[in-house]
Design a protein around this ligand. Structure first.
Ligand SMILES: C[S@@+](CC[C@H](N)C(=O)[O-])C[C@H]1O[C@@H](n2cnc3c(N)ncnc32)[C@H](O)[C@@H]1O
Length: 406
């Protein structure tokens, strides 16, 4: 593979960014004093946002096709990469054969063609467990075979100044000498309340969408307090079951609710499989648990659509583990993902609505000077897919101060 052999005319240490997205990972490196010589992503909207904010060369290319980028890889001190994580993520199906999984070792192969002094590749922690780890191991051995030392660091966003629970793993590779006991510099804890303070109507990307009055979503949101979620499959103070919201899901009697509560416990206690949420239960199991016959009540709950019949067994109808999750402003946020604008998944801590793009970006640690453009869906995707810039900054400082002495 050919590449441009020239060094850039800069005193700064330089980097290339593969699978750059809008540049969350890149921003941390720029903040640490590195200069971006080229960013590469297949999506035009990612490249447009990268160019507008980071003002460095960004190229729309498919990184699986070397002919599209081989002449555009200048020499740089470090190559950073954030290949897609969907095939590895615990939030997804975790298909070991998801074709996107091969993009992880591909990131290492492309990085090696640029012959950098160091490489950083970020992903979800699911990538280092189970069958999926073969992709990670392949990537690591490719780098070691080429003489790089490697280590992996687990990055906990909330310890790095990000107001969010988000755990990621980053592979560090370097050929600049040996280094022991590498650790990320920590930063004070930041809460949702801290992160959202000071946002006003004129803040960029701040376009709140209140839930329509009297809609089912507004009625559900009105019943969900900070730190709570709509959830039928677990019993805790944080779980509000659908039968606690009769104005949306329909009325039940106290006896029917005792059957529903029993089913929440029994369907998990009597599990026959180790995957999925839990298993349906028999009328006899419910009756034994309650000490009286549950058959009539179960039949009534089927008619009311709270329970469904599966062969001779019964199960709850709404078995999602959490919707309408309302953040608590005194804690760090749940992991910001690409659905953060959708109130049926995440609710603002004090208002009955989802998060604006700016609020999601603040929870990811983006400064307000970083503006997002595109359709709302595209903007939320760019924000949710990004490496939080403060996490990126901590990684960049480790390279700057320990692994890439000038
Ligand atoms: C997890 S996101 C990267 C986010 C980025 N690290 C950040 O901090 O903003 C993964 C990116 O890989 C890009 N991508 C997926 N397949 C690609 C391909 N074949 N070639 C180039 N980019 C690709 C996606 O468009 C997406 O922007």
């Amino acid at each position: 593979m050919r590449r441009t052999p020239s060094h850039a005319a800069t005193d700064k240490q330089t980097f290339l960014s593969l699978f750059s997205g809008c540049g969350g990972f890149d921003l941390g490196f720029v903040q640490a004093g590195f200069q971006c010589l080229g960013a590469f992503d297949v999506e035009s909207i990612a490249i447009d946002n990268h160019r507008a904010n980071l003002r460095s060369p960004a190229h729309r290319v498919d990184l699986t096709d070397p002919t599209q980028f081989e002449t555009r890889l200048p020499r740089a001190d470090i190559v950073i990469a954030g290949p897609p994580c969907q095939g590895f993520s615990r939030a997804g199906k975790r298909d070991p054969n998801d074709p996107r999984n091969s993009l992880l070792p591909l990131a290492a192969e492309i990085a090696l063609t640029a012959n950098p002094r160091a490489i950083a590749i970020e992903n979800v922690v699911g990538v280092i467990s189970g069958k999926h780890s073969k992709h990670w191991e392949r990537m690591e051995s490719l780098l070691r075979l080429r003489g790089y030392k490697t280590t992996k660091l687990i990055c906990n966003a909330e310890q790095l100044g990000v107001p969010q629970i988000r755990t990621r793993v980053v592979l560090l590779a370097w050929n600049t000498g040996s280094e022991n006991s590498l650790a990320l510099p920590t930063a004070p804890r930041v809460t949702v309340g801290d992160a959202l303070s000071g946002i006003c109507d004129s803040t960029p990307n701040q376009e709140p969408q209140p839930l329509p009055e009297n809609s089912a979503a507004a009625k559900i949101a009105a019943r969900i307090g900070p730190g709570q979620k709509l959830c039928n499959v677990r019993r805790s103070d944080a779980a509000v079951p659908t039968w606690a919201i009769p104005e949306v899901f329909g009325r039940t009697t106290a006896e029917e609710r005792s059957v529903l509560e029993a089913m929440v416990i029994l369907r998990r206690r009597n599990r026959r499989r180790d995957f999925g949420d839990a298993d349906p239960v028999s009328a006899r199991t419910v009756s034994n648990f309650l000490g009286r016959s549950a058959s009539v009540l179960l039949a009534s709950l089927v008619l009311k659509d709270y329970v469904r019949k599966i062969g001779l067994l019964y199960d709850l109808t709404h078995t999602f583990n959490g919707k309408y999750r309302r953040l608590d402003k005194s804690s760090p946020s749940l992991t910001v993902d690409t659905r953060f604008g959708e109130p049926r998944y995440f609710l603002h801590p004090e208002m009955d609505r989802g998060f604006t793009v700016r609020e999601a970006a603040r929870l990811q640690g983006f400064p307000d000077t970083f503006r997002f453009a595109g359709t709302p869906r595209e903007q939320y995707r760019l924000v949710g897919n990004a490496v939080p810039p403060p996490m990126a900054l901590a990684i960049a400082k480790l390279f700057r101060d320990r692994l890439l002495p000038s």
